[in-house]
Design a binder for this molecule. Structure first.
Ligand code: AMP
Length: 115
């Protein structure tokens, strides 16, 4: 856990977020630099630096985050058209913020390229 991590500061309430969902184990808020009309970040409250830092016992947390992304896609009206879930991991995976998060992106036809 680090006070200079922007997601830690959003979780702690120090920095405002445009929240679309919160519960005791995760928050979801709109990305400040959206790449599509829907671009939401789902973030566990517990500090987990990346997918690579997941520990046994956290499988269900990740399942619930994915399930919540599905619910938010419905809420955003993009579920039937399709959308993309992205989890960047580490420097070569393009992860910038060192706190595990899932991007929910949709609302337009996304580029087919995967990098
Ligand atoms: P990643 O590259 O996977 O680490 O994604 C980090 C994401 O966090 C980027 O899409 C940023 O636009 C987003 N981001 C950074 N700071 C904020 C913020 N204060 N509020 C919302 N989203 C943010």
């Amino acid at each position: 856990m680090s006070a200079d991590c922007i997601f830690f500061r959003i979780i702690s309430g120090e920095v405002p977020g445009d929240f679309v969902y919160t519960d005791e184990e995760m928050i979801a808020f709109r990305d400040i630099n959206p790449v599509a009309s829907t671009h939401i970040l789902l973030v566990p409250r517990e500090h987990i630096a990346s997918v690579q830092d997941l520990r046994p016992g956290q499988e269900n947390l990740m399942g619930r985050i994915i399930f919540r992304a599905r619910e938010l896609a419905e809420q955003e009206g993009i579920a039937s058209r399709g959308y993309r879930l992205v989890v960047n991991c580490g420097p070569e995976g393009g992860q910038v913020v060192p706190h595990l998060h899932v991007h929910l992106i949709g609302g337009r036809r996304l580029n087919d390229k995967m990098g």
